[in-house]
Design a protein around this ligand. Sequence first.
Ligand code: UTP
Ligand code: MN
Length: 531
Amino acid sequence: MIPLKRRKVISSVIRNSSGDSKFPGVVIFLLGRKMGASRRAFLSRLGRGKGFNIQDSFSQSITHLISENNSWKEVWTWLDSQTGGQGREEGECRTAGPSSVHLLDIMWYTESMQVSRPVAILDRHKLQERDEPGTELAVVSLPSYACQRHTPLLHHNTVLIDALSILAENAELSENEGRGVAFRRAGALLKSLPQEIRRVEQLRGQPCLGDHSLRVIKEVLEDGVCCEVETTKESRQFKAMKALTGIFGVGAKTADRWFREGIHTPSDLQRSGHNLNRAQRAGVQYYDDLNQPVRKAEADAIGLIVEKAVSEVLPGAKITLIGGFRRGKETGHDVDFLITHPEEGREEGLMAKVVSWLEAQGFLLYHKTTRNSYLESKDGPARPPSNMDRFERCFSIFRLSTENERRITQTISAQSTLLHSRTEPSPQTNDQAREESSMLSQCSGSRSWMAVRVDMVVSPYSQFAFALLGWTGSKLFERELRRWAVHERAMTLSSHTLYDSTKRQYLRANSEEEIFALLGLEYIPPCGRNA
Ligand code: UTP
Ligand code: MN
């Protein structure tokens, strides 16, 4: 007889682990083999939290057997040892029947977690009889345009992508755009893959991978590093070009000229006595701050300030956080906002007023506004489709009080804790980080504010959907959308419009979804545009 107190504990444990399932007919078992106990426990908790029925031990009631880094053969052998091979033929357990079970890769589980319901079982989720563990061909061949696939922020091939990104960056700094794009496309393809690549053969049949990229990938997989990448990272030119283009207002051309004159760092530049323009002077002055990644909490704090400015000068106008933060990034090199007003025309002259308000309140360390130079009747589709910066736009550097930011962050965190008490990270995490960095800056005799780059763009309401799509990025995703439009649809896409060359007419749209549909593409949400 179990004492009453203990009986209660035990029955609650049993209830939790068998769970009241939200999804009848789905009974999951996570195979511990190669997964490890703590990861298994973590994944089980995650699943139960979302209403899945996860069983701790294997039984006849299991419908979905999930494993990680196991081959079909390994799982089958394990399964056989559990059931004593009760009259089952090899292969039978691949299809679900009354007493059979789906043998699935962890991919099915993580995808189901992402959408909080069991996703449909596709071929790529199933363990295949012919595969060796961890070296199977990379599922099906992916579509070649990045705008045809989901590119998540978190992916499985960081080391390979980091290597390709160095070479892409070096090509961009050397103004070899074509080469840069080739490496970026290869990296984006790897980001879309649902699994980690261990052998270059797994990439057979995949698009976007040129000989050069494949060579780099192979070397990293076999030797741990790629010689060309290491040499590039250590090269004086690459280091200097990175340091100099890290100055706000300095592009690759200027940096290259300075490098040839022996200027390698911002300090060299200051000593050189070169005449700098206003943007570059601000860039040198706030160099350290502007080369720190901007965090989401800081972006949110600036968002509240810009929102206040906008609502003061034009009630009814709305602002949207765009760029990397809209794609779900936790950090960025700047913060981007798109501003519009539902009544077409009311947005004219808005930027000047917003800037004046911000300046009067002491929020701006630097700003430069460019006028809206887009005129459909004048520009027409003959213009290159990459005209993306012709809205009224303000490049600025904000003075963000770190005290203020902490207070605002607390308010935002408190609000979001109420709204998403289960999914948001603890507000203390941000505060602790801020506390630490503010202590550091105090130790180094620094100040209670930070400089942050902020880009603001104003669009007429009728162009809002195009502007939103164009300014959400990533840069490669945008490039791929435009390339798709031209080559596959004979259309010209910009941040202002979509022009159909066959019908010889502009196509209007009120949402991003409509633009994807007009382009004949499946809708990819912002979080899937991290190409
Ligand atoms: P960003 O350069 O800010 O990139 O441009 P990002 O993706 O937000 O990255 P981080 O986090 O700041 O480093 C945002 C998007 O705005 C568009 C591009 O599509 C880019 O992806 N953009 C940017 C333009 O259309 N024109 C420009 O002149 C600059
Ligand atoms: Mn940005």
